[in-house]
Write a protein that binds this ligand. Structure first.
Ligand code: NAP
Length: 284
């Protein structure tokens, strides 16, 4: 099996390539230095030249707040860019993994979102990820569409790193307490992706660490994990006033993942503990 992974410089792409290499699976990680997702011919050429059996598409425009002021760029990268990857994968008969998000849903209510819940994105980024999902679902048969949430990894910027920095510099930090979801360690998500790709168990999956917390609760766990004497002050989404609207209910139901027989995801607590240990050599 040969696997091409886009977004290797990002959090998830980095972990997927690392794990494939550890498992002795041939893979190539690519990012903007290899081709821009918007350059269809370049994407096609790269995929045809490598000839993968699987394309794991992790590259994306992920700046959720910035996207509100550059909607065309976000839609182009996540919509048209994904379409380019779909066409390239189809041209060599490869399976595809597309990574999507809880932000494709409205965020209303308190029930976990099931895999076939209707789209109702509330921000530019969410809409662009729906466009990517539609490109995959309408043109491909052999795909794994994986929705995840609140991703953090060793390779890239994320909420945990930000909290660790703020926790060292401040005695208190304001964090949103009315958005509920599942922070997800990219190394755990990479494991599920690598378990699924050799199979024919195609379809839509929700893959997050187990358990639901608010951002504020997660921040408290991070401070406690490093014994940082920083108080987490809970605020509402309205008080925080970020540029992009965000779903209050980001709970994802993982029924399809349970049915797939793939080993379940570890808990949010366990994942954070391992992540903090992984960061230790960097002195963070
Ligand atoms: N992060 C989250 O909380 C989260 C939550 C749910 C779903 N997801 C999805 O999970 C996947 C992985 O997320 P992540 O956090 O690993 O993302 P990430 O760290 O932001 O990495 C994305 C990578 O894609 C590259 N990229 C962006 N525009 C590109 C273009 N036009 N052509 C080629 N490469 C381009 C980026 O390069 P530059 O940095 O140079 O732009 C970056 O290396 C994405 O599909 C994302 O939508 C993420």
């Amino acid at each position: 099996m040969k696997v091409l992974v886009t977004g290797v410089n990002g959090q998830l792409g980095w972990d997927v390539v690392r794990l494939l290499e550890r498992r002795g699976i041939s893979c190539r990680g690519v990012d903007v230095q290899d081709f821009d997702l918007l350059d269809g011919p370049a994407a096609l050429e790269c995929v045809r030249e490598y000839g993968p059996d699987v394309v794991v598409h992790c590259a994306a425009y992920t700046a959720v707040d910035k996207a509100e002021s550059e909607p065309e760029k976000c839609a182009a990268v996540n919509g048209d860019g994904t379409l380019n990857m779909v066409r390239a994968a189809l041209s060599v008969g490869a399976k595809m993994v597309y990574i999507s998000t809880d932000y494709v849903f409205s965020g209303e209510g308190e029930e976990p979102w099931v895999e076939d819940a209707p789209y109702e994105p509330k921000n530019v980024y969410g809409l662009s990820k729906v466009q990517g999902e539609i490109a995959v679902r309408s043109l491909m048969k052999r795909y794994f569409l994986i929705r995840t949430s609140w991703v953090y990894g060793v390779h890239g910027k994320n909420f945990v790193r930000t909290m660790l920095r703020l926790g060292r510099e401040n005695s208190e930090v304001r964090v949103v307490a009315d958005q509920i979801g599942s922070p997800t360690y990219s190394a755990d998500l990479a494991r599920v992706i690598c378990d699924l790709i050799p199979t024919e168990k195609y379809g839509i999956y929700h893959v997050t660490n187990e358990g639901y917390v608010s951002w504020a609760r997660f921040a408290e766990m991070i401070m406690a994990g490093r014994n940082l004497p920083c108080r987490v002050v809970p605020v509402t989404t309205a008080e925080y006033a970020a540029a992009a609207r965000r779903p209050l209910n980001s709970r994802l139901s993982k029924e399809k993942l349970r049915e797939s027989g793939v080993a379940p995801m570890p808990t949010v607590e366990d994942a954070l503990e391992r992540y903090l240990r992984e960061l230790e050599p960097e002195g963070i």
